[in-house]
Design a protein around this ligand. Structure first.
Ligand code: VAH
Length: 310
């Protein structure tokens, strides 16, 4: 069976739903440091679990005969800047726990999310290549870059089947966002429907790589179901769908809600966003395991407004 760590998070929640849909509710064990929303808690087995506690993790893996782990527990970019050592501890020790379980052959396969946050201000910012300069300037980015190096090491040294994707900013409606710099692209839809106005914490021309959650979940399952020998990258794959600025997402909302308006009041997250690329080259993922995005900004706005309006 499959264990999801951080199952109550933005990606974890949707991965849990998708995996339960595909493989059956009782083969997917959701876990997190806290309980999740009702529909998650009602949809199958759940364990309260601290991903940094190796012994507790080992017990759950043995009890449920886990063969695959999706490690979705982490502290994201904005929050990590406020608590650097807590972020490093959570992001890295949870990864070491899962990689070591795989090294000890207690599990067979690992998914671990990286991020466009591994890139820094001197990385080529347009169509950022799979292999390029990476000098991340955020705690979160440093933890993701280091995590990628460890994944690659465990694959090369111990044959651990760990697979990873550098997610862009993810847009979803099933959960509230938590501590990300790209969260403005979620909050803006909620505000468009409730108060028809949004004060954006990034400048209007801050272009960032983004993706609708359905694309991200489909990519994750596609990667995890691919043959191991097709996976040439064991650090983490670039993945892309679209790039837009706050001004552009506001325009796409105004085309459906004409009287929606946006103002800009940048905060500390501007500096984080400025260090990240504008767009990503994901040709290696397309070649190695047939990736192709399906949601552009217009489709994303339609999905977000339709589902949030219900
Ligand atoms: C964050 N949503 O903002 C995450 C993601 C690329 C952004 O890593 O920290």
């Amino acid at each position: 069976s499959i264990l999801i760590l951080g199952a109550c998070g933005q990606i974890g929640t949707e991965l849990t739903y998708a995996l339960r849909e595909k493989y059956g509710d009782n083969t997917i064990i959701a876990s997190d440091i806290r309980e999740g929303n009702e529909s998650l808690m009602d949809s199958g087995p759940f364990e309260l679990l601290d991903a940094t506690d190796y012994n507790a993790l080992e017990e759950v893996v043995a009890y449920y005969e886990i063969s695959e782990v999706y490690l979705m527990a982490a502290m994201l970019s904005a929050t990590a800047e406020k608590f650097p050592m807590r972020a490093w501890n959570l992001n890295m020790n949870s990864l070491f726990n899962v990689l070591n379980l795989a090294k000890e052959k207690k599990i067979d396969k690992v998914f671990w999310p990286s991020s466009i946050a591994v890139f820094g201000s001197n990385t080529p910012s347009e169509n950022t290549p799979q292999n390029t300069i990476m000098e991340p300037s955020t705690v979160y980015g440093i933890s993701k870059q280091s995590g990628e190096r460890w994944c690659n090491y465990y694959f090369n040294k111990y044959g651990v089947d760990v697979r990873s994707i550098r997610y862009p900013g993810l847009i979803s409606w099933k959960t509230m966002p938590g501590g990300g710099t790209t969260d403005y692209a979620i909050e803006i839809y909620h505000k468009a429907l409730t108060s028809k106005t949004y004060t954006c914490f990034l400048e209007k021309d801050t272009k960032l790589p983004m993706m609708f959650m359905d694309d991200a979940i489909r990519a994750t399952l596609l990667l995890m179901e691919s043959d191991s020998e097709d996976i040439k990258i064991r650090s983490s794959y670039n993945l892309a769908a679209m790039s837009f600025s706050p001004e552009e997402i506001a325009d796409s909302i105004q085309s459906r809600i004409p009287d929606f308006n946006i103002t800009y009041d940048p905060d500390f997250r501007q500096e984080i966003a400025d260090s990240w690329p504008n767009s990503i080259d994901d040709s290696q993922a397309r070649i190695d395991w047939g990736w192709k995005s399906e949601f552009d900004l217009e489709k994303t706005t339609a999905e977000m407004l339709d589902n949030l309006a219900k």
